[in-house]
Design a protein around this ligand. Sequence first.
Ligand code: SF4
Length: 410
Amino acid sequence: MSVSDQNALDRREWMKVSAAGVAATAVAGSASAQDKADEVQKVSDPVPTRPLGRSGIPVSMLNLGTWRNPGLDRLLRFSYANGVRYLDTAKSYGSEPAIGRWLKDNPDARKNIFLVTKDHPNTPDQLIKQLDERLAALQTDYVDLFFIHGIGDSYGKDYKSLDWPKSKEWKDAFEKIKKSGKAKLVGFSCHDQKRTEFLESAAQGGFVDAIMVQYSPWLDKDAPLNRALDACHKAGIGLISMKQVAGTGDNILNDVPKHVPYLKEKKLSAYQGLLHAIWSDERISSVCVSMRNTDQIRENTAAIKSYEPMKLTDIHQLRDAVLACGKTLCADCTGQCATAGGTKAKLGDLTRLLTYHEDFGYRSEAKRMFREMDAESRDWADADLAAAEAACPNKLKFSSLLPRVNQCLS
Ligand code: SF4
């Protein structure tokens, strides 16, 4: 099993918003006077929506990812008050009970919320059974969208066949669920190295309603993933972006705006600019962001309210400035770094764990996941790091990152 397929840590989405936001995360639980005032604020209008694929269901263009958010009750209230009407959870996030309680206490909110959860079935029958368990955890009769969580090679042989999104038995299970009314839509989330192939297969199969996928706002026009997104969009599959950026450290806040006139002109932070860049791709209906404090919610909802489509030249300036910050998060592409570097080590997985450790502060999780990797996947001693760096579209600096991996995680 690759690191990228393990349960908890990679199943969440992430976008840091500001240094102030990070600091606020660290002191979650001691709500400031400002936070208390914010909680009793008037509920604002919903944030703008986009239709989710062929379902046509309008969904908030910004959604609240709830993976291990500290002080979730407060974040649910605050995000709702700021117009977010889409909540993303999963069995492994640990957030379903809090969401269930909040929705039970706020029946009017339930009617307005697009609620998404996920689980890890190995068979179509399990998918149906697991949905009942998720509904019980959420104390609700239905969810709006039910995902197979993080599809990839950890799912065993059935999923190694990329044909499952075209199979009759899975199609029947999806239809049975929708007919039952327990989920309006069914799909999968994916950040696997084979996500392009999974997307292509789903576009051909025609029964997957929505896909949440690791996405970058500066995909090359001819990149296979970009073409697969086109195929899904054409087939009416709703697309949700996740895991869009991380691992840039605080440089991004200081350095990026200096090099991107669009940000200065619009008075946006680098992360608000990234959201604008993602929303500029109209195939993407919503962006999942793990907002972990009220500052982040405030900043991201402000971004959506000031959104207007970015020109390609502005997006490219943003890309160049972000990459120049020394990004450390592997975008989990096809793994060409390892091939070019002539190694069996999973270079992308190793750098991702470093991001979890250094940027996200999930130290014990990162160490645990590192320990669980097999020896060959961790051993990069034989790798040609210069060749690996040259092959990586995110220009990860393996020569400085990998020694830090060993230092911090072993
Ligand atoms: S080439 Fe870069 S983005 Fe692709 S798997 Fe390797 S580290 Fe990740």
